[in-house]
Design a protein around this ligand. Structure first.
Ligand SMILES: [Zn+2]
Length: 430
């Protein structure tokens, strides 16, 4: 049925219950959190005794309104309020729809209010994004990417799995790119999936990456990438206007001879290319100068499913390069690459922040910024999300205990607020 025929059917057939049931849940009109300690996501010292007034899903004021008679209030004394967490590196499309929706609900209740999917089947991801926007499922807001890779990557079984019904490389969200590709059409097709970014995965050379970068800029879609895409190196990606590099450990390839063997991506020369040497300093400084964010993914490579490291050097290397990136002013964007794990009841973004503190030596406040303002900036949504400020979307997390003193306090969740509505409440700790 066409959209206009739905409208006519709605006008003629009363009631139009099936359609009205999918309308967005209306945000609670007003909500006031009083006397709370505010960590606004910008990284400055917490503000004691703050008031946050929410109206129609947005932060309306950092003060109480004159008349609070009809306002729902939360007593924030002894509590700590921060922006809802953003996981800037997820993959939603491996599971069936119902399972993915159930996981997203759990992740929302665990304090994550936005996620950025960095490759998969956008038919499923896009439908989950629609279901979230329509109020059909309780979920973080979902942003997602389309993938570009070279011919050699198209035999990867994940490409076939995420593009069922298409020859691998021919789906608009999983495209094979070479020197002859019509990039005007390729980028337009990627945009047509609803993706807000194109991710460069593997098997692309510097010249091709540069051409993609020019066309993506012309069509105003964000470019993100693995930190090396073989043979293109980190510096080639930065030169091509990529705005987000994933996996800090892959930066090591800047210091090695060019290679097309992308299967070795997690196993670079960590002994021969020091994280604090001149090659890495040049790359990190260039990331800072060109506003390219680093998505370190420490947990998955140190403790998670990708922890295999024959060199025994990788964890210390990626921790140090992440620490240096932070020191040089590079935006750090927390993102896990595995939203949940059986090892943890809460979404893994909490563990990733802990690794940023305990492994990479960030301050707890820097780790909080990486999962709020930093992640929002890296995925291009910081005009609406990632900080607590007037006009921003009211996606908020309220916890017991100051996470700027002990990062594990982000786990002590009391309230999760999504689009101005309380979507999860936990009883006070005994
Ligand atoms: Zn990933």
């Amino acid at each position: 049925m066409s959209w206009s025929r739905i409208a006519i059917a709605c006008a003629l057939v009363v009631p139009c219950a099936a359609l009205s049931a999918q309308r967005p849940a209306r945000p609670a009109a007003t909500l006031l959190i009083q006397h709370v300690t505010l960590l606004d996501g910008n990284g400055g010292a917490p503000t004691a005794n703050a008031d946050v007034f929410v109206q129609d899903g947005r932060i309306a004021a950092l003060a109480a309104p004159a008349n609070t008679a009809a306002v729902t209030t939360i007593d924030g004394r002894s509590l700590f309020l921060l922006p809802g967490l953003i996981d800037a590196h997820v993959h939603l499309s491996g599971d069936p729809w119902d399972e993915a929706a159930a996981t997203l609900k759990r992740v929302l209740q665990g304090g994550v209010t936005a996620v950025f999917d960095v490759a998969g089947d956008t038919r499923l991801t896009g439908d989950l994004a629609r279901a979230q926007l329509s109020g059909e499922i309780a979920s973080p807001t979902i942003y997602y990417s389309a993938l570009f890779g070279g011919p050699a990557f198209m035999t990867d079984p994940r490409v076939a799995a995420s593009s069922i019904g298409f020859r691998p490389g021919a789906a608009p969200w999983d495209q094979e790119i070479d020197a002859n590709t019509d990039l005007v059409r390729a980028v337009a097709a990627a945009k047509g999936t609803g993706a807000t970014a194109i991710k460069l995965y593997a098997a692309l050379d510097a010249a091709t990456v540069r051409r993609i970068g020019e066309e993506a800029k012309r069509q105003s879609i964000r470019l993100i990438a693995h930190a090396t895409v073989f043979p293109a190196k980190p510096s080639d990606l930065i030169a091509a206007n990529v705005k987000y590099l994933a996996h800090a450990a892959y930066l090591v390839w800047e210091g090695s001879p060019s290679s097309t063997d992308f299967t070795k991506r997690a196993h670079g020369d960590f002994a021969g290319v020091p994280a604090d040497g001149p090659v890495m300093t040049r790359v990190l400084q260039s990331m800072k100068d060109h506003d390219v964010a680093l998505n370190p993914t420490l947990w998955i490579l140190a403790e998670g499913p990708a922890k295999d490291d024959p060199s025994g050097l990788r964890t210390a290397w990626m921790n140090l390069v992440t620490h240096r990136a932070q020191d040089l002013g590079v935006t750090i964007a927390a993102g896990v690459d595995s939203m949940t794990s059986r090892a943890d009841a809460l979404p893994m973004i909490h563990r990733e922040m802990e690794m940023l503190v305990k492994g990479a030596g960030l301050t707890p406040m820097q780790a909080i910024v990486s999962a709020t303002r930093g992640a929002a900036h890296a995925i291009g949504v910081d005009d609406a999300r990632g900080t607590v400020a007037v006009g921003k979307v009211a996606d908020l997390l309220i916890v017991d205990g100051d996470p700027s003193i002990d990062i594990t306090n982000t786990r002590r969740i009391r309230y999760v607020i999504k689009d101005g509505r309380v979507v999860f409440t936990a009883a006070p700790e005994k």
